[in-house]
Ligand binder design. Sequence first.
Ligand SMILES: Nc1nc2c(ncn2[C@@H]2O[C@H](COP(=O)(O)OP(=O)(O)OP(=O)(O)O)[C@@H](O)[C@H]2O)c(=O)[nH]1
Ligand SMILES: [Mg+2]
Length: 439
Amino acid sequence: MEEYITEEKEKLHETAPDDTKKAVCVSIFPQGGEGACLMSLEELRRLLDTAGGTVSAIVTQMRNSPDSKYGVGSGKIAEISEICQNTGANLVIFDFELTPSQIKEIENAIEAEVSVLDRSMLILDIFASRAQSAEGRLQVELAQLKYTAPRLMGKGKDMSRLGGGIGTRGPGESKLEIDRRRLKSRVAQLEEELRKVEKNRLTMRAARERSGIPKCAIVGYTNAGKSTLLNRLTDAGILAEDKLFATLDPTTRQFELPCGTNLLLTDTVGFINNLPHHLIKAFKSTLDEAVYADVLLIVADASDEYAPVQLEVCTSLLSELGASGKPTLFIFNKCDAQTNGDVRHQLKRIAIDAGGEAVFISALTGEGMDSFTEALEKLLKKGKRTIMIKLPQAKAGLVSLLYSKGENVEVDYRSDGIYATLTADEKLQGQLNEYIIKE
Ligand SMILES: Nc1nc2c(ncn2[C@@H]2O[C@H](COP(=O)(O)OP(=O)(O)OP(=O)(O)O)[C@@H](O)[C@H]2O)c(=O)[nH]1
Ligand SMILES: [Mg+2]
């Protein structure tokens, strides 16, 4: 991939132990907002762990908005500088977005050899090491060139020393190299390539659409157990591990319910709190799997004390993406692990408020899978009715729609029109509304 991404792998775990990335994590919170700030910092710790680093210290400051120069006040920066010197930390990660000039100012103000990055750069770094498909790699590289690259350039350091560290890795753990002169043309080239790959995805989606098999998207917060669920239901063999963003690329598998109905299940990238808008936009075509699904399976980790907040993040992101309002099954997972009664109650409340069904399961042990398939069968049948229609000869073209979208289709060509009986879901009933003669 030309000069920007060297194909030569630079695996972090192969570097010497004293090269471990030790980070000072920094955040700010408004009055009364300390709890949410600490929860987000705990998540930042897990993101860092996933990227292969550890936390040396946490620094917070109460303020309503970031300081324009340093993100935090100058006194705090001096404190951070001292902590870096005392602990030997070589990374400073801010839990909110920084501008390129803020990063430069902070690095200059810290009297130690440190790299400064923000939450989005860290997330993109993880995405870069996870992206497998051509589309995923293109999306990540493009987002990194647009977001991370200007922030690395601001450092004014020798670029050759940047490769391989957290925040500077490109797709497939290769090196993200930045050359200001060629940045624009590389962005244009990637955008063009991405357009082609996206077209391919649209073609595949159209084929799935024509197959008439209901499409279910497995969505939810990162680490909720989405991939484990798909692996349990099918032999998908997807990597499932206790890391954030283990899955980046969607995987689709066919699954047969006990009643004989076939489904297409798609495992998707996880959601996370404070996912910046530009990142959502960058991964829009992947996230669209949820938008085009007939049914949503929203998975939550019921053993996590923050599960209700995480679930709210998912439902609001889904509605932002335009994927809300679909038949939804809430799957509260990890019930083999200890769960808190209050958390379970809050989760049920959210499901009820959203008008969805809810089941408690363990994708790991298989507990509750019968109630899951039963609830899914019920959800798919919901709104389906058997109807009789009469199409005028001029509308003979609609017959293929009946076969692709309807069930138990019987067509009778008569001289006064085309008569058909079929079982149709709500969408198909709407499309055929004017031709219905009997329900
Ligand atoms: N105890 C328990 N652990 C589970 C269960 N389901 C999944 N896990 C564990 O939770 C971790 C995350 O599981 P994944 O299936 O990778 O989660 P995911 O939602 O696909 O995560 P991302 O792809 O990172 O968004 C793994 O370590 C799983 O073994 C469960 O029912 N019980
Ligand atoms: Mg996964």
